[in-house]
Design a protein around this ligand. Sequence first.
Ligand code: GRF
Length: 217
Amino acid sequence: MAEKSIVVLISGSGSNLQAIIDAIASGQINGRIAAVLSNKADAYGLIRARTAGIPEIIISHKDYDSRESFDAAMIKAIDAYQPDLIVLAGFMRILTADFVRHYRGRMFNIHPSLLPKYKGLHTHQRALEAGDSQHGCTVHFVTEELDGGPLALQAPIDILATDTIESLQQRVHSAEHKIYPLAVEWFCAERLTLSVSGSVQLDGTTLAPEGYQFTQE
Ligand code: GRF
């Protein structure tokens, strides 16, 4: 099977980008990151890309007068690399329906909650305030709904009585670094797909709506 080409979109630290770079280097993922796109020139993730010898694309949303024109510029730059997969890794812009439709079935996002719970921001605080016994993170195929879309993988994490926002965030983040490379691995091996009807398939079997449940050993 041919190696897949991946474009990763970031706005910040890029620790998930790093986890994917490392998983490619170790041979876990049969793919290569063709480019990293950031909407912020000072994103630390760009330094990670540079260190790994990955081409960088910087497109600032501030240079565009509408979401449509910004997204159109991104599509043009991304498609120059003919990617099989788009990975949103802390990309902090809301995408237009046109952009999302263009990459249907080949764009992932990771979100720090057990979706469909806690879409949007401050997820750790919200889980703690609700007195939840579990929190976690989710990789999903991207659709037009913000933090929506069919769920591919989820890592549930027990909330401890002693947890603070920071401690919880830290454990969720390290779970992200496991499930995001795994989702990319499975996609690149053509094991994880989105069907025309919108269900997520792993090895030809439809997953439950909450996606594959990743449990820490
Ligand atoms: C992660 O918490 C992810 O769930 C969210 O943005 C954050 C990105 O972190 N979508 P990093 O830039 O990969 O360190």
